[in-house]
Design a protein around this ligand. Structure first.
Ligand code: PEP
Ligand code: MN
Length: 383
């Protein structure tokens, strides 16, 4: 790629770290960045910043200008949101990053944030890229929705050729034919970009997956594949988020993930320290881990219940309870519990309760659908 005159330089020497206010991106340390998709309130940002700090993150994210697919979706709080982002980062001694979409937004944020983000939709907005060349701030350049690695690196070259060498590449998933995730995380792009260029590469698993259950494993895979950092969406209350709630981690999950990153980083000769406390297990960090596990238990139970209701639709009302199947399940789980050094008594106590709730909900939904059927056959008053 002969046109990568600057982005491609010295790749044989490895990654050139980008220093920004005491944080080096592309050095030995894995840099964690997190926060909500969109800035919504001062309280939301303070809580997010607290969580990022607790997790050992260095950079707070939050969009104040949102390039949304639909013109009717929330477009961001603009200047007001920028103040919340900057203030929250300051409270926790974090750096902050936000996306710009045009000249106006660039002028507004350039002196206020530590890093500027160019979103996937603007990766080939060449006039904007040229303007970023005149700024003395690192730029996180997201890979375009359907951009090849070459196009992505040439976009970086635009910024560098215009005078700003501080470009951080961000793989955020590309559009493929696979509909079960929002995009497809291109893990090999990390290695390819690093082979062709000396720029740091970070990964955003949130926009790649579009669903929070995959974020933890994708983050670990990204670090194992050579990423220099992670940019992850997290919201104090994802159910209320104005954008990207389903892919945003709960704060407990974000901290839990951070607690698990150190060992992955170490396995590829990198470092990551959760909450700046290394592997030290404080009462607080242990409780945070428990909160994350409890969250996962309830999410799993809710998913189980949904399937149980579907099973109910396929059974006759007098066959809803299946004692033999219940016995089989308990036996299997008792064996598993013993293997995992968990008391089998716990399984024997908890599972009958879970079964009972399942049976009740199947009966309820069957009676409701019988009622509907009866009403369809004999409309009100016709019987
Ligand atoms: C974002 O980071 O909130 C965002 C809009 O990401 P992308 O540009 O990767 O879609
Ligand atoms: Mn988002």
């Amino acid at each position: 790629m002969k046109d990568l005159k600057l982005a491609g330089l010295a790749s044989e020497k490895g990654t050139s770290a980008i220093e920004v206010n005491g944080v080096a991106i592309g050095g030995k340390e894995i840099i964690l960045m997190g926060g909500p998709c969109a800035v919504e309130s001062s309280n939301q940002m303070s809580k997010s910043a607290e969580t990022v700090k607790k997790a050992g993150g260095k950079i707070l994210r939050g969009g104040v200008f949102k390039p949304r697919t639909s013109p009717y979706s929330f477009q961001g709080l603009g200047q007001e949101g920028l103040n919340y982002l900057v203030q929250a980062a300051k409270e926790q001694d974090l750096l902050c990053v936000t996306e710009v979409i045009d000249t106006l937004s660039l002028d507004l944020v350039a002196d206020k944030v530590d890093i500027i983000q160019i979103g996937a939709r603007n990766m080939q907005n060449f006039e904007l890229l040229k303007l970023l060349g005149k700024i003395n701030k690192p730029i996180i350049l997201k890979r375009g929705l359907s951009a090849t690695i070459e196009e992505w690196l040439l976009a970086a070259e635009y910024i560098m050729a215009a005078g700003n060498p501080q470009v951080i590449l961000c793989e955020r998933g590309i559009r493929t034919y696979e509909p079960s995730t929002r995009n497809t995380l291109d893990l090999s792009a990390i290695g390819v970009a690093k082979e062709l260029s000396h720029l740091p590469v970070i990964v955003d698993p949130s926009h790649a997956a579009g669903r929070r259950d995959l974020i933890s494993s994708l983050s670990k895979a990204a670090i194992a594949a050579g990423a220099d950092g992670l940019l992850i969406e997290m919201h104090p209350n994802p159910a209320e988020a104005t954008s990207d709630g389903p892919q945003s981690l709960y704060p407990e999950q974000f901290v839990q993930l951070a607690a698990e990153l150190g060992v992955v980083a170490k396995s590829v000769k990198r470092v990551f320290e959760c909450g700046g406390q290394g592997d030290k297990e404080t009462l607080e960090s242990l409780r945070t881990q428990i909160d994350g596990i409890d969250q996962a238990i309830i999410e799993s139970l809710a998913a189980r219940m949904k399937i149980v209701r579907k099973v109910g639709d396929q059974k006759r009302l007098d066959r809803v309870k299946d004692t033999n199947r219940e016995k089989e399940i308990i036996q299997r789980l008792v064996n598993l519990a013993t293997e995992l050094q968990l008391s089998p008594e716990l399984v024997k106590k908890v599972y009958p309760v879970i079964f009972e709730f399942g049976v009740q909900s199947q009966i309820k939904s069957k009676l409701a659908s019988d009622k509907e059927l009866e009403l369809a056959i004999y409309p009100m008053g016709s019987k």
